[in-house]
Design a protein around this ligand. Structure first.
Ligand code: HEC
Length: 282
């Protein structure tokens, strides 16, 4: 008896795999129901509050979920007709930080991407988190496109930025914006140069600076000498060579920044590089 079951099982699995590949998945991308996400509440006392671990099922049982589409997402990825099962991020905030101690949620991802959203923006744009993603079968899904995923719902006009497309989230951590950006604040002071905000909204998630942000992309300060025109031009050229609309891994960042913004980003990076090398010399 045991043997028969085993043989059936052995046959079934490869067949399913082959069929799955053949039809290129019609393509629900679910996080495993048992996959565990961490949600770290705000720090109320000197002791950091302990992380709490949640499966998707547990989350969906606590916060109402619904199915929606997102033109914002489809436009950024060059898709049509994607569907999502989502829970409201504002509802998560109310659940985990009822006292309103924090003003931002840090989003650490499986692929070394680090997103961050202010709670003001979460409320203003009614930001959602997708627990299930359905991409139409004619479109290619990059490896990083997995739940949890930040979604701008159709009625809302969030600025078109990399900031509202964080995917592959493994941990939500309640935090404060001021503390988070403090190292970069030391460089720019009270001013908010265009280059600083453009970099925060579109680049820092993958190209970390001074210990903040993700490390999915190259270390820009190590690769370029921003005090020299030649290197600034190379930076621009490399940016367009990699982050264009046909980028195989759907990292079309070009769509979010104008020429002027990219120029300003270069100036901002030059400022940070000057600051860090001064610190090293002292
Ligand atoms: C989703 C993550 C991600 C975002 C967001 C992102 N990058 Fe990148 N970037 C990468 C990756 C990955 C590479 C290729 C990495 C490598 O060279 O190792 C790259 C490469 C680059 C390169 C070429 C580096 C080289 O050494 O060839 C430049 C320049 C660059 N990015 C600038 C930017 C700027 C400016 C922004 C914001 C406007 C940005 N990137 C946003 C991930 C990202």
């Amino acid at each position: 008896m045991k043997q028969i079951i085993c043989r059936k099982f052995n046959l079934k699995i490869p067949l399913l795999l082959v069929l799955g590949f053949y039809f290129g998945c019609a393509c629900p991308v679910d996080a495993d129901d048992e996959a565990v996400f961490q949600i770290i509440g705000p720090v109320i006392t000197a002791e950091p509050s302990s992380p709490s671990r949640w499966t998707l099922k547990q989350l969906e049982a606590r916060v109402v979920s619904r199915e929606i589409s997102s033109r914002y997402f489809d436009k950024a990825l060059g898709y049509e007709g994607s569907k999502f099962r989502v829970i409201s991020m504002a509802a998560l905030v109310r659940l985990f930080d009822p006292e309103g101690v924090s003003d931002a949620v840090l989003l650490d991802c499986f692929d070394d991407y680090q997103g961050i959203l202010s709670i003001a923006d979460i409320e203003r744009y009614d930001i959602q988190v997708a627990t299930r993603i359905e991409i139409r079968s004619e479109f290619k899904k990059p490896d990083w496109l997995n739940p949890l995923l930040v979604i701008v719902p159709d009625r809302k006009k969030a600025p078109f930025q990399e900031r509202y497309l964080t995917a592959n989230i493994r941990q939500l951590k309640f935090t404060r914006l001021r503390e988070y950006y403090e190292p970069l604040r030391k460089v720019v002071g009270t001013a908010s140069p265009v280059g600083f905000s453009s970099f925060k909204d579109n680049c820092l998630f993958c190209h970390s600076l001074m210990g903040i942000g993700g490390n999915k992309g190259a270390r820009l300060l190590e690769n370029y000498d921003f005090s020299r025109m030649k290197w600034k031009n190379k930076f621009r050229k490399d940016f367009f060579a990699f982050h264009h609309k046909d980028n195989a891994d759907k990292q079309n960042v070009e769509q979010f920044v104008s020429d002027t913004q990219l120029q300003a980003i270069t100036e901002f990076l030059s400022l940070v590089q000057g600051f860090t090398s001064n610190q090293e010399n002292n």
